[in-house]
Design a protein around this ligand. Sequence first.
Ligand code: UN1
Length: 511
Amino acid sequence: LSSRAANVLSALDIPTSGDVFGVYDGEWKGSGDLVSSLCPTTGEVLAHVKTASPEELHEALSKSREAFTQFRNVPAPRRGEILRQIREALAAKRTELGALVSLEMGKIKTEGIGEVQEFVDICDYAVGLSRMMNGRVVASERPGHSILEVPNPLGVVGVLSAFNFPVAVYGWNLALSFAAGNATVWKPSPTTPLCSIAVTTIIARVLKQNGIPGAVAALVTGDKDVGAAIAEGREVDLVSFTGSERVGRIVGRTVQSRFGKVILELGGNNAAIVMPDADLEMAIPSVFFGAIGTAGQRCTSTRRLYLHRGIADQFLDRLQKVYSTLKPGDPLDEATLLGPVHSATAVETYEKTVQHLQDTKAQILVGGARYAAADAPGGSRGNFVQPTIAVPKTADPADSLWQTETFAPILNCAVFDELDEAIRWNNAVPQGLSSSLWTRDIRNVGTWIGPNGSDTGIVNVNVGTSGAEIGAAFGGNKSGGDAWKQYVRWSACTINFSDEAPLAQGVNFSV
Ligand code: UN1
């Protein structure tokens, strides 16, 4: 452990001497490959983590299955009470855990804390849910019969999460899955093992105090072979994956080929549309946050900006001015608005995309390069890139430049004349997570949220593309809404209370 990591972990009451184990199934272990957690700000190694060997993964899965058979008998409101305690334990360490997110993932402090808050919020939601996971009674066509639809715990849920929300994405899954009575096996991104170890430690303590086996919230760090084994594992009833479309396609196929259940939350290529009647005082800072928050690495980040001709020049002038005030800084420093991107790979993707913009004669209004070592807090070893605003030569949404989601702070802009045209562009990409319209005209709102409007899952009005609350459906439907219904198995029970045994549909089969 580096001394910075040790400081942050000891503030979380996590032991800082000896090996750093990345597997938990009731006990901490790890005899597989060693992975390094790297600090995106300085490039230093924060920790070497001992990940799962294939045997340990197998053992964690079977312990989770065993723990499930016990946990499914705990009444749902009691599970809710344990979740409430998990919520309290997380809230008590909100700042410290947020700091660990900043240290290991690279997002700024307020966003690191915000993501822990998101976990706290979904726990609150799931506590209430634990008394409201209702089934239905359906009218039977047969006399003296009733049909019940009963939600039962599903089994073992595998959570494969991404680096960009190393705490919250697991939180959405854990809270709903736990309320529903399942055991969870978490495989986090290989580049954020410390966050997952800290979260699992906090949860494990609460489980222990309540006499619940630790394997109800198991952790297996490791690389893609661990993820693949979970996707293939017949003992995993539901696999919930958050990450790239490329990997999501593989996970989806693998799980479906064994008739498992799968939830996928993949890319976003999110657009903001600004109408001439928009309140620019609100729109400019919101687009700014949407594009550079988490250094452009939220799946909800604003990547496309469509400006009405009437305000385009003014908007871009003012947006450039805001961008010019940005200085890269240590994400743990309260004053920093721009931290590093997460990894060297992210820097590479950024550079490739900027190069492509230059090759295709886009106008680069701001940014367009890595920060010089002298300007970046970590010198040349930090992953600091300049937030970029570009006006591509073509506004044709079919062009690969518009079709591709680049996980970096790059905002591409185009000018439109009619709202319908902007909506067409908004809808013309394969990804469909979030979108945002800026207007004061209620007629535009009606069009935007209706059948001819935005086809993304999140359709905001005078609210940026990112920073969704947990209450409404999100991406693969993992947070709020009716998401819990995917974490249960539904038993359709037709019960005969009568002394006759009639067949449905009036079929006559008398002997
Ligand atoms: C993600 O980027 O994977 O809406 C999740 C948001 C956050 C969650 C983003 N609440 O930006």
